[in-house]
Design a binder for this molecule. Structure first.
Ligand code: CA
Length: 224
């Protein structure tokens, strides 16, 4: 899942970004509304976290612009403005959720997770495919009940493939949702990670084409 974090307080932004990356998310950080709009034009985010007091534009105005550009975007406001009227205004302008500063990181992560999965109605916190189970809250994978240890990146790739089970997912879309723009991404990075995922699945006893290459397109998680 890829997140855009819009926050001008650098220390806070970096701490939140690091925390989310540890949870396995790809995170881009914008320190101003201008930067946020640039990122927004270049990538498609699963969840956007928006601080309301930015140096170059009021956060509520930015919210309106983002909402207009991508009507089904998932946006969470993060703000020290705790008045009910501010919250109502934010929600009226199309925020999906509102978290008041100071906040607990675990609560932020839980809300992001919940917003991210709104797109995939009944997915819940557990994804399943042919004996493979991903627990998104604990970031744990099992095959037929036995733990399989994936790296963060591998887990993110599997999460995206399982959300689109039995669908050929273009490699570029996987990259867009699993890597952030700072990441060192080599042409073969995805291929390398997929190879490692397949090896681990085979070692865990999974059937061979649980993750399949789809020639000329990308990859597919297959449930027979
Ligand atoms: Ca701020």
């Amino acid at each position: 899942m890829r997140i855009l974090l819009i926050e001008d307080e650098e220390e806070l932004a970096q701490a939140v970004a690091r925390g989310l990356q540890k949870c396995g998310y790809a995170v881009d950080t914008a320190f101003s509304a201008g930067e946020a709009l640039d990122y927004w034009a270049a990538y498609r985010y699963d969840v956007t976290v928006l601080d309301l007091t930015l140096p170059d534009m009021d956060g509520l105005m930015l919210l309106g612009r983002l909402r207009e550009a991508v009507p089904d975007a998932r946006i969470l406001i993060l703000s020290a403005r705790s008045a009910v009227s501010d919250r109502v205004k934010g929600l009226d302008l199309g925020a999906n959720d509102y978290l008041i500063k100071p906040f607990d990181f675990l609560e932020l992560e839980a809300r992001i997770r919940s917003l991210g999965r709104l797109r995939f109605t009944e997915a819940g916190d557990t994804l399943r495919c042919g004996g493979l189970t991903l627990d998104l809250a604990a970031r744990e994978a099992r095959f037929n009940g036995r733990p399989v240890s994936f790296t963060r990146k591998e887990f993110g790739i599997l999460e995206y493939l399982l959300l689109h089970k039995n669908e050929a997912v273009p490699a570029s879309r996987i990259i867009d949702h699993v890597w952030d723009s700072d990441a060192d991404l080599y042409p073969d990075s995805l291929k390398y990670h997929i190879h490692s995922i397949k090896k681990k699945l085979l070692a865990a006893g999974a059937p061979d084409p649980l993750v399949q290459n789809v020639r000329g397109v990308g990859y597919k998680a297959v449930e027979k």
